[in-house]
Design a binder for this molecule. Structure first.
Ligand SMILES: Nc1ncnc2c1ncn2[C@@H]1O[C@H](COP(=O)(O)OP(=O)(O)OP(=O)(O)O)[C@@H](O)[C@H]1O
Ligand SMILES: [Mg+2]
Length: 253
């Protein structure tokens, strides 16, 4: 039975798609059967992150009853499945949570994880994906506007039976004006299950349309994402930071 986890944020651009692509690849490296599903139906770009944007059929076709789920499930070269949404401007009516649940039913038996790349914002489209999922990972940057939107998401998610696993703080630069992790945990009432540093390897990997966990698994961001994947499946993993960064981290304490 697959665990169905929505990766959502409230504020846009904080790293949902990056996390879905990389967590999927990291879980696949642990031998898990994973489906990454793009629920961002208006500004989808999961397929672009993964170099899989030229496939003819997408989730849009499933919701329009023009394709079955197997017709739109593609294998990424790193060993996980991707269900892309259409990258063109293709208008689709609002998709309801039960329609997502129908899709999940068709995937749940033969997979270990279904990871959902949610749209930004707290509109019906993003909440439909959160409502349909069993679990939620909230992602934010260590800045007040993003944290405030993450709090709104948590409050809305509490109305559903979706279990909020915790918060992932992405793009940590260790700058003095950043909100500290323990404050974020207190503000959201959630444990920080991931602390991903700002890492230009992430941007390089995106430009090459590859997950950073395969492009440069030793990079700091990749290490922290692999650690999060390990945590999700109950494995021990301590991120191996390069010597220079460890020293920097110690000095910055
Ligand atoms: N850890 C990181 N280090 C450096 N850059 C990052 C990191 N995470 C994300 N980024 C940058 O932030 C950009 C936005 O990330 P991403 O597309 O994953 O956000 P998103 O939350 O999915 O956005 P949207 O709300 O528009 O869907 C990426 O293109 C990348 O350049
Ligand atoms: Mg995105």
């Amino acid at each position: 039975m697959a665990r169905i986890i929505a990766i959502s944020s409230g504020k846009g651009g904080v790293g949902k798609t990056t996390l879905v692509a990389n967590l999927s690849a990291a879980l696949a490296q642990y031998g898990k059967s994973v489906v990454a599903l793009d629920a961002n139906l208006t500004t989808s770009n999961l397929a672009l992150h993964l170099g899989m944007h030229l496939y003819p059929k997408t989730l849009h076709d499933v919701f329009e009853r023009k394709a079955g789920i197997r017709d739109v499930t593609y294998m990424h070269k790193t060993g996980f499945k991707v269900i892309p949404a259409d990258i063109s401007f293709r208008k689709l009516r609002d998709v309801r949570s039960h329609e997502y649940i129908d899709v999940f039913y068709r995937l749940i038996e033969e997979n270990d994880f279904i990871l959902i790349d949610s749209p930004a914002g707290l509109g019906r489209d993003s909440l439909a994906a959160v409502e349909a999922a069993d679990e939620l990972i909230t992602i934010t940057n260590p800045e007040l506007p993003a944290i405030t939107d993450a709090l709104k998401l948590s409050i809305l998610a509490n109305k559903y039976s979706t279990h909020n696993l915790g918060v992932v703080v992405n793009r940590i630069k260790r700058e003095s004006h950043e909100v500290p992790i323990d404050h974020i945990e207190k503000m959201l009432g959630l444990p920080a299950i991931g602390k991903i540093p700002e890492d230009r390897e992430v941007r390089k990997a995106i430009a090459l349309k590859e997950p950073v966990v395969s492009y440069n698994p030793k990079s700091p961001a990749a290490q922290h994402i692999i650690a999060l994947a390990a945590n999700l499946i109950g494995e021990e993993y301590t991120p191996r930071m390069p010597w220079g960064l460890r020293l920097f981290g110690w000095l910055a304490r």
